[in-house]
Design a protein around this ligand. Structure first.
Ligand code: NAG
Ligand code: NAG
Ligand code: NAG
Ligand code: NAG
Ligand code: NAG
Ligand code: ZN
Length: 295
């Protein structure tokens, strides 16, 4: 058995384990950023283009999972992807809940959205000499675009003791996984397989159609922040923990098998959150960079 063991050890050393779930999977983030980029004002589109890394080819959705890829290299960024709220309370408060495991305030996805929004507000300011030296605004854009997605994933604002469903083992149809991953990726992947020709393109088209049709009267409300805020992550976090209780945790306990009934009733929730994430990322970038419209 020694050769087999060696092969297994080598395989383990070479291929990383399946990446743990850190927010919507690659497809969820891609769809949110694609929806957002199509809704940018002229000024925001120009700023985004100028800030994107050269190898992104002007395509925001190609870099919306960057924050997950650097999560281990930039260890300090790991707590910025989520919020832990008190078990079974089904509510969120920035002052109470936005902190990391060491209790440092503001270190959660809502604090990070505020942080990177205020960094990006220094873009192009005449006194930006010191600020542009202080911040890497390319990274600020990539973090903001990613975290605006994460905060719309209901289980990224979940209960503390189960780490947003990460410790709840379930079966997605026949496959073993955890509840958090079902919401990051499985529901989206099953929808792509069943309805959208196995890719994100048709899914994005369907969401875009509903943003301009079915949901059009609600879209302005999604975009709005209270008072004169540029970003309003607390609204999105509250919606997420409510959806987590009403939909994600409901009927999904340790060892549950989740299939057609769960999928059919939760896909509309996932679709709505992806659409809201995209619309709101665009609205936030438009507020940051100015509303000048093209043509
Ligand atoms: C942007 O990048 C994404 C992800 O790499 C890709 O799926 C999409 O086709 C690209 N869009 C354009 C217009 O190149
Ligand atoms: C704010 O951004 C800076 C630069 O990336 C980072 O060092 C800091 O940890 C961030 N804090 C939060 C709460 O996002
Ligand atoms: C800013 O961050 C990007 C992405 O990590 C990196 O490629 C670039 O070199 C950084 N810019 C500076 C001035 O450090
Ligand atoms: C779009 O809206 C229709 C009508 O409510 C609904 O049947 C469909 O599932 C929605 N599609 C998406 C992707 O949200
Ligand atoms: C919003 O900002 C405007 C202009 O700075 C100010 O006149 C107005 O009172 C502010 N409104 C609120 C609710 O803070
Ligand atoms: Zn994430």
């Amino acid at each position: 058995m020694a050769p087999l063991l060696l092969v297994l050890l080598l395989a383990a050393a070479v291929s990383p384990l399946p990446a743990p779930a850190h927010g919507w999977g690659v497809d969820g983030h891609l769809m949110i950023c694609q929806i957002a980029q199509s809704r940018l004002s002229g000024a925001a589109a120009a700023a985004v283009k100028a800030l994107l890394p050269r190898d992104a080819g002007g395509n925001l959705s190609s870099v919306c999972s960057w924050a997950d890829n650097v999560r281990f290299r930039y260890h300090w960024s790991a707590p910025l992807h989520f919020i832990d709220t008190p078990d079974n309370l089904c509510g969120y408060s920035y002052d109470r809940d936005c902190k990391d495991n060491d209790g440092v305030k503001g270190r959660c996805v809502a604090g990070a959205i505020n942080n990177y929004t205020s960094q990006l507000l220094t873009y192009g300011s005449s006194s930006s000499h010191s600020s542009s030296a202080q911040y890497n605004l390319t990274q600020a854009l990539l973090f903001l675009s990613h975290f605006m997605g994460d905060i719309h994933q209901p289980l990224h604002v979940g209960f503390t003791s189960d780490r947003g469903g990460n410790t709840i083992d379930v079966h997605w149809y026949k496959r073993k996984t955890v509840l958090h991953h079902v919401w990051d990726a499985s529901i989206i992947e099953t929808a792509e397989d069943d309805y959208y020709d196995r890719g994100t393109a048709e899914f994005v088209d369907a969401l875009t159609k509903n943003i301009t049709g079915e949901w059009s009267e609600k879209v302005q409300g999604w975009e709005e922040c209270s008072k004169n805020q540029t970003a309003c992550p607390d609204i999105y976090a509250s919606e997420s923990i409510t959806a987590a209780c009403d939909w994600a945790y409901k009927n999904a306990k340790e060892d549950s098998t989740l299939g057609d009934a769960y999928f059919g009733s939760r896909l509309p929730v996932v679709s709505l959150r992806l659409a809201q994430g995209g619309v709101r990322l665009a609205a936030t970038l438009n507020r940051i960079f100015g509303e000048t419209k093209t043509a």
